[in-house]
Write a protein that binds this ligand. Structure first.
Ligand code: NDP
Length: 398
């Protein structure tokens, strides 16, 4: 019986609220707090309609550490589930330390005025969380998140030694718009317009954004064009999987999506450099976010499936071996269950499972942790039980 506070009432916050409400034996009290109260109330209403459970709602500014820590001290939750934006990670970790509450998020910290993300800022909290006896679980979404746990599972059960990992993320869904992003447009576009980067033999190799791609034949969703991107789990997995020789991340994009993105980039609409607009300084990308469809509104229109997994090679019993470990998630089934498309669903379900791992003590460990540093088994079992079943297939060695 535990009380959680979910922070952030966007697409992912909606899924976390629904999935926690479905398990009253674990999440006996749920609070949803975000910047805009009406968004919290709208989610609370659908949760009540679906599950009959009442969740409390509040308006907070998570960037304000002192008022957030006062709020946490008053509410006394067992865990904060941070599904606001990556900019809120550090203020929320500070507020959790101040109020002595465990912490979980799904994306690593990004400074608002610099398109750059890395774990350094959050790993720097290691000693403070350890000394306070608190757990901070980083990146408990799908990628990062489930992909890290897939690697830990492969390391534990399928290989004696892993050599290469390719993480592949395919969204073969269609929402019918010319251009829209499936999660927060600002975060999404900042991520994919950065230079690509991968890790090989102890070195980071940087390439021009979207300059390397391959056709990959995914289970269920078939052949897709996958582009090499830098993604945050590469940073922790390259450190935590022993003997690893190479790790890369690939995401699929349609030609239509890339053409729109190129035009927006070329005309400066994806820039984070403020411009003067009618006497007011605005970031073009923030303005673009306001013009694009709200990701939360894509749910009822999106059809098709996602397939995300890890293509791993290594050695087992002296033999070279290659596997693909993956989940397939259906946009329409997600919407039917929790009023959300599969991208928010595949992020919100692992956040709910990560929360259970901490609350049940299975993953309760003082310090700041990435997902692959924990025992993968209870998490893998929970994926099958809570809506994201997984499969492992053997692939021919290439
Ligand atoms: P949304 O933009 O839909 O939602 C973010 C929510 O956070 C909004 O409700 C917003 O409030 C709220 N918020 C923003 N700033 C503050 C603040 N200062 N104080 C309180 N609340 C605030 O994003 P998503 O739901 O799509 O994504 C949520 C998180 O999940 C992001 O960090 C994203 O990077 C991560 N993610 C992780 C994935 C993974 O697989 N690991 C995949 C997809 C997303 P308001 O409504 O007022 O704008």
């Amino acid at each position: 019986m535990s009380k959680v506070i979910i922070i952030g009432a966007g697409g992912v916050g909606n899924v976390v609220a629904h999935k926690c409400a479905q398990s009253p034996d674990i999440f006996s009290e749920i609070v949803l707090a975000s910047r805009t109260l009406s968004k919290c109330e709208a989610i609370a209403k659908t949760v009540y309609e679906k599950t009959g459970r009442t969740i409390k709602t509040y308006s907070i500014d998570a960037d304000d550490v002192s008022s957030t820590s006062e709020f946490l001290k008053a509410e006394k939750p067992d865990l904060v589930i941070n599904v606001a934006l990556p900019y809120q990670d550090l203020p929320l970790m500070d507020a959790c330390l101040e109020a002595k509450v465990d912490y979980l998020d799904t994306a690593n910290y990004e400074p608002p005025n610099e398109a750059k993300f890395e774990y350094k800022w959050q790993w720097d909290y290691q000693d403070r969380f350890k000394e306070a006896g608190l757990t901070a679980l980083l990146g408990s979404g799908f990628d990062p998140g489930v992909t890290n746990v897939f690697c830990a599972y492969a390391q534990k059960h399928l290989f004696d030694s892993i050599e290469t990992i390719d993480i592949l993320d395919a969204n073969a869904g269609d929402h019918g718009y010319h251009f829209a992003t499936n999660f927060n447009p600002e975060i999404n576009i900042r991520e994919i317009t950065q230079n690509g980067r991968y890790w090989k033999e102890g070195q980071w190799i940087e390439i021009e954004a979207m300059s390397l791609h391959q056709k990959y034949d995914f289970p269920v969703v078939g052949e897709q064009d996958a582009y090499l991107l830098y993604h945050e789990e590469l940073e922790s997995l390259s450190q935590n999987i022993p003997n690893l020789k190479q790790i890369r991340f690939w995401m699929t994009f349609s030609e239509k999506y890339l053409t729109h993105l190129k035009v927006l980039e070329n005309i400066g609409m994806t820039s984070i450099e403020p411009i003067d607009f009618k006497g007011q300084a605005i970031q073009p990308i923030e303005f673009l976010k306001a013009v694009l469809p709200d990701p939360a509104s894509l749910g009822p229109r999106t059809k098709g499936k996602t397939c995300i997994g890890c293509d791993i090679t290594g050695i087992k019993d002296g033999q070279k071996k290659r596997i693909f470990i993956y989940n397939v998630c259906d946009h329409e089934a997600s919407y039917k269950e929790v009023f959300s498309q599969a991208i928010s669903y595949t992020t919100g379900v692992p956040a709910r499972i990560g929360a259970e791992m901490i609350l049940s003590q299975a993953w309760k460990k003082a310090g700041v942790w990435n997902m692959e540093q924990m025992d993968p088994d209870p998490f893998m079992e929970a994926l099958n039980n809570y809506g994201l079943p997984w499969q492992v297939i053997e692939l021919p060695l290439s």
